[in-house]
Ligand binder design. Structure first.
Ligand SMILES: NC(=O)c1ccc[n+]([C@@H]2O[C@H](COP(=O)([O-])OP(=O)(O)OC[C@H]3O[C@@H](n4cnc5c(N)ncnc54)[C@H](O)[C@@H]3O)[C@@H](O)[C@H]2O)c1
Ligand SMILES: O=c1ccn([C@@H]2O[C@H](COP(=O)(O)OP(=O)(O)O[C@H]3OC[C@@H](O)[C@H](O)[C@H]3O)[C@@H](O)[C@H]2O)c(=O)[nH]1
Length: 389
């Protein structure tokens, strides 16, 4: 791979091939990161996960030169003595492993807290003790609610970006009360961020923390009843895709008034690659990774997805494409929500010169084309099957 080994970093220095221990490599983000690393760099991957369905095409791929640089280890990091050895064999550790679907935060708060804090502890410890660089995946949810959300509805200050733009080094983390168990995830992620930061300050751990802002694209989560449990509740992209595939109305939680900025997974992966290959610029930093230009309310997202799905599938959109549902009915007791999430891009721009490219319309069009191609036939078969009475 002569071309790949001649690659240089942002400062013109040659990038040495490395071995990356990727924990949670079998998930949505991990699968895209594995693909990118294998196809565009000479690096090797030790891929750790309990599942590998989303990276099977890389492990058994027709392309042997890719498959020989990735080694899958079926490991649950909760209890597996092989973890430290694999970390020791690596130059860089990337930890993606987590329970990260909101339907779990208030219904399985213990699992959520263990997964996002306790289970991440040994990873941080082994990295620190063995002087391994760590890229840890946190979340935009650590910001919680915006300051603006506490102002009166008609306050002109709500229009002032100072009250809603989320900055890594300035914004506070604002969560709801303990009864609102939605925040169990954000709180666990915040504490592991603080621990990693402290390991950096006191023991010299080389770290980068990533705060993803709603990354979406192919292979995200699962379609209930097809490649995941029928009663499971994935994140919004898969919930809405499932409804579109089944020709059912899209459910808007509490009227779909919450706002999100969505970023195409392929844009976001470019940012992670820059972090991987530019340690001098990325170490010691926390990075927002999102697309501030792609903001919509959840209602607008539903309307856009309905329009685009009609175009890619050739089916007419439903007469009433959405239906309102209370958060209590949809998620159960203890749900709460982030009102608005716009990332400030100053730090990632300054350190890595990165900017997202893909518009919301374009990323939904390519993602829904994938969803239709992957699931439409399977859904038709399930719908056609008579149900047992
Ligand atoms: N997708 C997003 O927009 C988003 C947003 C914010 C934060 N994040 C964070 O990014 C990371 C990856 O998210 P994702 O969207 O790819 O989620 P995902 O659920 O698709 O991937 C997580 C992977 O971790 C694995 N895993 C979980 N616990 C494990 C354990 N004990 N041992 C081994 N493997 C384990 C899962 O099997 C899964 O394959 C998570 O830490 C998540 O909190 C993602
Ligand atoms: O069918 C649905 C699903 C979801 N929603 C709403 O859509 C919004 C987005 O929901 P998502 O399931 O994508 O999850 P959220 O954006 O709330 O949280 C996510 O943020 C970043 C990551 O850390 C996690 O992946 C997850 O916590 C929420 O307001 C939710 O209430 C619906 O209105 N209908």
């Amino acid at each position: 791979m002569a071309a790949a080994s001649a690659r240089v970093d942002l400062d013109g220095k040659p990038i040495k091939p490395m071995t990356i221990c990727m924990i949670g490599a079998g998930g949505f983000i991990g699968s895209h990161l594995c693909e990118k690393v294998l196809t565009e760099t000479p690096h090797k991957i030790l891929a750790l996960d309990v599942y590998n369905d989303k990276i099977k095409h890389l492990l058994e791929g027709e392309n042997a030169s890719l498959a020989e640089r990735i080694q899958f280890h079926r490991i649950n990091i909760k209890h597996d003595s092989r973890l430290e050895g694999l970390i020791k064999m690596s130059d860089l550790v990337i930890n993606l492993a987590a329970i990260c679907t909101p339907a779990d935060y208030n219904t399985r708060p213990l699992d959520t807290i263990y997964s996002n804090f306790i289970d991440a502890l040994p990873v941080v410890k082994y990295c620190s003790e063995n002087s391994k660089r760590l890229i840890h995946f946190s979340t935009c949810e650590v910001y919680g609610k915006t300051i603006g959300s506490f102002l009166p509805k008609d306050s002109p200050l709500r229009e002032d970006p100072a009250y809603y733009i989320l900055k890594e080094d300035e914004s506070p983390c604002i969560f709801g009360s303990i009864e609102k168990q939605r925040w169990s995830y954000a709180c666990a992620k915040q504490l592991i961020e603080r621990l990693i930061y402290a390991e950096g300050a006191e023991n010299g751990l080389e770290f980068t923390i990533v705060r993803p802002f709603n990354w979406i694209g192919p292979r995200m989560d699962f379609i209930p009843g097809i490649d995941g449990p029928s009663e499971g509740v994935p994140r919004v992209l898969a919930c809405f895709s499932n409804a579109l595939l089944r020709r059912e109305p899209l459910k808007l939680v509490d009227g779909g008034q919450s706002q999100r900025t969505f970023i195409y997974i392929k844009d976001a992966i470019e940012a992670v690659m820059l972090m991987i290959e530019n340690p001098a610029r990325a170490n010691g930093h926390i990075f927002n990774v999102g697309n501030p230009n792609n903001e919509v309310t959840v209602r607008q997202l539903a309307e856009m997805m309905s329009e685009i799905y009609a175009k890619v599938s050739g089916d007419q959109a439903l007469q009433s494409p959405t239906v309102d549902i209370s958060s209590k009915e949809f998620y159960g007791e203890g749900y709460d929500d982030s009102d608005k999430r716009i990332p400030d891009m100053t730090i990632i721009n300054r350190q890595l010169g990165w900017n997202p490219k893909t518009s919301l319309w374009d990323l939904l069009e390519s993602t829904l084309t994938y969803q239709h191609r992957t699931y439409a036939e399977a859904i038709k078969k399930v719908i056609a099957k008579p149900t047992a009475s």
